[in-house]
Design a protein around this ligand. Structure first.
Ligand code: ZN
Length: 343
């Protein structure tokens, strides 16, 4: 797929947090039909470091990947590491400072630094730094998050254009993230102001499900309705197959979630053959089951191996079992994208 066509049809991106989809080779990703993946700016900054990646020719050369790479900005880690208190650090109007608990090393992400790091990683689609927060924010906290998110997006846009010549010189896209928690007027304000600055794509940021694990449809609709329709709309972190279908109806075409690969490693496999479409391969009922994981699936695991074999491998913690399970779950999502596009 060419970059200019990104998001024109539904696309699911697996997470290659540290430069690999866990357990899979690049050839396996291609065979599954993966066209783009997400990699993590902060984690790659920590190891091996953006300068080392640049010296080695960038992440695409390292991975021998000719598809599309999207880097997140580190914005989600502002929430998941700093706001939750997991790591020491602080967020100011200028950016975020992280202190790694194991090494004590300090990492600073300003809007400009985030763009510089993403450029060094060699991403195709950059994301602006945002101030991501928890779901139940006070109005004041949500206003602060929106204000910073817009300010940082503007600084990223300016830096990308002035320092690198923007899309014209780099051939890369710059997308942004809409915040505002569950305040619909703040979501609208954030979306409109970001659209005024102008980006190639608009991500729905923050929490995509509420406390009952239901997709936040009203918030997502507000963001979709207030961002340009000729740019891609990215439902960040969505999600379960049924949530992807609902988000697509609202106008979103770009999806990612760690669940697909994480579930695979834990033995939760998608299968249209069972009720609820999730097959728990570790269950004893599969000990001698000769059927494939999913009789509708054309993946390598389903074409060659029985549930019994994968049951055994996953129970025995064999890496090959996790690889086969991951191949299957990702292929299931690729077929889901084709189905959504066809309907
Ligand atoms: Zn399969």
């Amino acid at each position: 797929m060419e970059l200019k066509d990104f998001g024109k049809k539904p696309i699911f991106m697996p997470d290659a947090t540290r430069g690999a989809v866990r357990g899979l080779t690049t050839d396996q990703l291609k065979e599954i039909g993966v066209e783009a993946f997400v990699t993590n700016t902060l984690h790659l900054m920590m190891s091996p470091g953006e300068d080392i990646i640049a010296q080695n020719g960038g992440i695409k050369k390292l991975m021998d990947w000719d598809g599309i790479v999207l880097t997140d900005s580190g914005g989600f880690q502002v929430f998941s590491l700093i706001h939750t208190g997991k790591w020491k650090g602080k967020v100011t109007n200028n950016g975020a400072i992280f202190k790694a608990p194991t090494t004590g090393d300090i990492y600073e992400l300003t809007p400009e630094k985030s763009i510089d790091v993403q450029m060094k990683i060699g991403s195709d689609i950059l994301v602006t730094l945002d101030d991501c927060r928890d779901t139940d924010l006070t109005r004041k906290e949500a206003e602060e998050s929106v204000h910073r998110t817009i300010e940082w997006a503007y600084r990223c846009r300016t830096h990308f254009d002035k320092e690198y010549g923007g899309t014209k010189e780099t051939g890369k896209l710059l997308s942004c993230v809409v915040q505002g928690a569950n305040y619909l007027d703040l979501r609208e304000k954030c979306a409109k102001e970001l659209a005024n600055i102008g980006f190639d794509g608009y991500g729905f940021g923050g929490f995509v499900v509420d406390k009952e694990n239901k997709l936040v449809v009203d918030e997502m609709e507000t963001v979709a309705n207030n961002t340009p329709d000729d740019k891609f709309k990215y439902a960040m972190g969505v999600g379960k197959p049924e949530d992807i279908i609902d988000a697509h109806k609202l106008g979103y075409n770009v999806f990612d979630t760690v669940l697909v690969t994480r579930n695979a490693r834990h033995g939760s496999l998608y299968s249209k053959d069972v009720e609820g479409n999730v097959l728990h391969i570790k269950n004893s009922e599969y000990t001698t089951d000769e059927k494939p994981i999913d009789s509708h699936c054309d993946c390598y695991a389903c074409k060659h191996f029985s549930r019994a074999y994968i049951h055994h491998l996953i129970k025995a913690n064999e890496m090959t079992g996790m690889t086969l399970a991951t191949i299957h779950n990702l292929r299931y999502y690729m077929m889901l994208m084709d189905n959504i596009a066809a309907n």
